[in-house]
Design a binder for this molecule. Structure first.
Ligand SMILES: [Zn+2]
Length: 160
């Protein structure tokens, strides 16, 4: 009984607070739509990927700097290092890296490979950061998503 009493008491206090405070009206509408991030879902089913998933979480949550930062490779100013490394940096072979990465996606089936061949840069980035997984269900078997996102994280790790 003691094991659950504190939790039950705190839960009831929390419920009473969100039911009576107007500050939580928007939260109550959004909360049922919230789900665990793809990144943490992968880390849960593949604990060995935790370090790589933490890297993706850091990259996703990075606030763009107020002023451009210096690229650690070419020393030119850039806003987001990973985006710069993937699409702009003159000292990284980003075109070849993206091609090599996309070619490895053949292992997950041709729909995913074809999807990634035609993605705009921002969408490509959003997928490899695990920021979005929309429309991947049409191109990738859900059971392969952890392997896919781990591969994406390795690419990001190589570029950082
Ligand atoms: Zn650069």
């Amino acid at each position: 009984m003691c094991k659950t009493a504190v939790r039950n008491h705190e839960t009831s206090l929390w419920k009473a607070r969100i039911d009576t405070s107007r500050d939580f009206e928007l939260f109550k509408q959004i909360h049922p739509q919230m789900r665990l991030s793809s990144i943490w879902s992968v880390a849960r089913v593949r604990p060995q990927s935790l370090a790589l998933m933490k890297l993706l979480a850091c990259l996703c949550c990075q606030r763009p700097p107020e002023q451009p930062v210096e690229c650690h490779r070419c020393h030119l100013p850039c806003d987001i290092q990973i985006e710069h490394s993937l699409f702009e940096c003159s000292l990284s072979d980003h075109v070849q890296e993206r091609k090599d990465f996309t070619l490895t996606l053949v292992n997950f089936g041709s729909p995913l490979f074809e999807l990634f061949r035609t993605l705009p840069n921002k969408t490509f980035l959003a997928y490899i950061l695990g920021y979005i997984d929309d429309n991947l269900t049409n191109a990738l078997d859900e059971s392969h998503y952890p392997d896919f996102l781990t591969l994406c994280a390795k690419l990001c790790n190589d570029l950082c």
